[in-house]
Design a protein around this ligand. Structure first.
Ligand code: NDP
Length: 613
């Protein structure tokens, strides 16, 4: 491969993926492994382009002057190419016989429109007509992205383009035929050549880079074991360090066997042919993966299995007695899984690597996850681990703690605190499984690779740290009154309402922006074709779902009283996690949406906590 043709900082013309349009862009970097240029459009959108999709400005100007002259020979060749590849285009004869001369006229208009769009780039002014029709948003918002909207009419996948055409139609019915033409043009292009947005290397490393991720690999397990050891103590004050247990006491082959049994039982449930199969969001190569939605069935089957075990007098508090050994087993398993994931990712094609976990640094990629969607056949390892063994395991652990409390304190009924903690967290888990499909639009699935971070998080951190309140209550009984319990329940309900409605709103909007139920919501269009909601929950703060989640986290800790800070670890950690996650997401959204994101931030200034942050 010859050396790169364009230098960093050079202003060139970059083809918008999936289209025939060129915009003025600036080269920001070059990946000499993937042979891709990272370029920045005028609206701030950054994309990775192949050299063949970039032209020097001078050559573009030359080409443009040709096209402006509407050379018949040039037009006819481009049209015949398009038609011959288009499965969705009307039949040749029909189109010609309908109105040959009008079509020529439209075609000419279209060429002119393309040319004029290509020149001023994404900051050009919208037509007055369009501005008035746009979604009720104030003028400042409308104007900025309209060029992108017109552009998108040629780029969008099937459903989205229809919506955009309906929403932003310049001349609603009059130009239906023209829209159809544009739409079919798009289909032609997509069918032949999907968007070539191959993940490039991340420019900035997250989590403190190589040193940070190296330390986290040790720090995360150490934190889990520290918390569990603390919780076992009579006095779990922060400075009362627990004595370290003998190493051999941490490992029990039988416990490891039970863990494996649990993991593979959940895998069997995942493979059962119950539940619908849905498509995920499009990957960088335009492909969509299929996912079976049967997490809730897996939960029901697990509940039935646990019921049978209890019926046959199986002592579930075995989990409590060997809690540390279970945590060690899960940690060993997640480490082995991470090593396997990294090893297999080395053979994965470049386009299947995670955008954030492809730095080329072993430790960093091992931690953040190198491959985006590792699968064995149709078995999606990340998707499975996200919601099954760890999440369902969490409520089973909680139940074991409840039984252990009754047994140890000789109670005929669990304490009110224990009932609240169990019920709140059960609701959270059941909700996640019931709305399993919503996970397909989250960062974990769409952006993060599957590596140590998620493997350890899903299989160790979630079940063993999130159950800390229930574990704490077994050793540190806490009495709360009914009015206090009612107030905490109300808090949890508020948190849940905010969390659920915000997540559903965004998820429904992403899945079907044309959904009539969302017709009252306003959004800012972006250059990628996706809108950013600016009313409803997403107009309240920029991460309303995090706000709801944090309110719930507080409600889970309050039943443990105020004697120790340990049961509040979850809410403190969770605020830190979500503040950091929010910053990561902002960063990605800024890159994805450029100016549109900035406008969204102006419209919705608070990130998570209204009037505070
Ligand atoms: P979100 O569900 O918050 O998704 C963020 C994405 O939403 C953005 O990247 C963007 O993606 C899209 N988006 C942002 N703003 C808008 C807008 N205004 N309009 C439309 N779309 C917008 O991300 P997470 O995956 O972090 O969280 C999902 C849920 O999981 C949350 O409720 C969170 O609290 C919870 N969670 C729980 C954890 C736990 O341990 N219990 C851990 C982490 C998360 P795009 O535009 O590409 O669609």
């Amino acid at each position: 491969m010859p050396s790169r043709k364009f230098a960093d900082g050079e202003v060139v013309m970059g083809r918008w993926p999936g289209s025939v349009l060129y915009y003025e862009v600036q080269v920001t970097s070059y990946d000499d492994v993937a042979h891709l240029y990272t370029v920045k459009y005028k609206d701030g959108t950054e994309l990775a382009l192949k050299e063949s999709d970039i032209r020097s400005q001078s050559s573009f100007k030359h080409r443009k002057s040709q096209s402006s002259s509407s050379s018949p020979s040039r037009r006819s060749s481009s049209r015949s190419r398009s038609r011959s590849r288009s499965p969705g285009r009307p039949a040749k004869g029909r189109r010609r016989s309908a109105s040959q001369s009008r079509e020529h006229k439209d075609d000419k208009k279209k060429t002119v429109q393309e040319t004029s769009l290509a020149l001023p780039a994404p900051n050009m002014k919208p037509s007055e007509n369009n501005t008035k029709r746009y979604n009720g948003e104030p003028e400042s918002t409308e104007k900025n992205d309209t060029s992108c909207i017109i552009l998108e009419q040629k780029l969008k996948p099937d459903l989205e383009i229809k919506h955009v055409l309906e929403q932003y139609s310049l001349r609603s019915r009059k130009d239906d035929k023209k829209k159809e033409e544009i739409y079919s043009e798009k289909k032609t292009f997509v069918a032949v050549k999907p968007i070539e947005k191959v993940p490039s290397k991340p420019k900035e490393l997250e989590f403190g880079g190589r040193i940070g991720t190296f330390m986290l690999i040790f720090l995360l397990p150490a934190t889990v074991f520290y918390l569990l050891l603390m919780c076992k103590q009579d006095d779990p004050s922060l400075l009362n360090f627990p004595p370290l247990p003998a190493l051999e006491s941490l490992w029990d082959g039988r416990v490891f066997g039970i863990f494996l049994l649990w993991f593979f039982l959940q895998a069997v449930f995942y493979l059962l042919p119950f539940g619908k199969v849905v498509e995920g969001l499009p990957l960088s190569n335009g492909r969509k993966l299929q996912y079976r939605i049967n997490g809730f069935y897996a939960f029901i089957l697990t509940a039935a299995a646990i019921g049978v075990l209890l019926y046959f007098q199986f002592e579930l508090h075995y989990l409590y007695d060997h809690f540390m050994q279970f945590a060690v087993s899960a940690a060993v398993f997640s480490l082995a899984l991470s090593i396997y994931l990294y090893a297999r990712s080395l053979k994965a094609p470049e386009e299947e690597l995670a955008p954030g976990g492809n730095s080329g640094y072993f430790i960093y990629d091992f931690f953040t996850g190198h491959e985006l969607n590792p699968r064995i056949g149709s078995f999606d390892l990340k998707y499975f681990c996200e919601l099954r063994p760890g999440l369902i395991g969490w409520v089973v652990i909680n139940l074991a703690m409840l039984l252990a409390e009754m047994k140890i304190h000789n109670l005929s009924m669990p304490s009110l605190s224990m009932i609240l903690v169990n019920s709140f967290q059960l609701l959270y888990v059941v909700d996640a499984l019931w709305n399993e499909e919503a996970i397909l639009t989250t960062m974990d699935i769409t952006h993060d690779g599957f590596g140590f971070m998620l493997a350890f998080g899903d299989l160790v951190w979630v079940p063993f740290v999130y159950s800390l309140q229930a574990f704490y209550l077994v050793g540190h009984p806490t009495t709360i009154t009914w009015p206090v319990a009612a107030a905490i329940t109300a808090l949890n309900c508020i948190g849940y309402y905010v969390f659920r409605s915000a997540n559903s709103q965004k998820n429904n909007f992403r899945r079907n922006p044309a959904d009539p139920k969302l017709a009252n919501l306003k959004f800012i269009p972006t250059a990628t074709g996706k809108g950013l909601l600016v009313t409803g929950w997403w107009g309240f703060v920029r991460h309303p779902n995090y706000l709801g989640d944090i309110i719930m986290a507080l409600a889970w800790s309050l039943p443990c009283g105020f004697n120790h800070i340990l049961p509040y670890f979850y809410v403190i950690y969770f605020i830190c996690l979500l503040v950091h996650r929010e910053a990561r997401d902002e960063h990605h959204c800024k890159q994805k949406y450029g100016l549109a994101w900035e406008r969204y931030c102006q419209r919705v200034p608070y990130r998570i906590f209204p009037y505070i942050y």
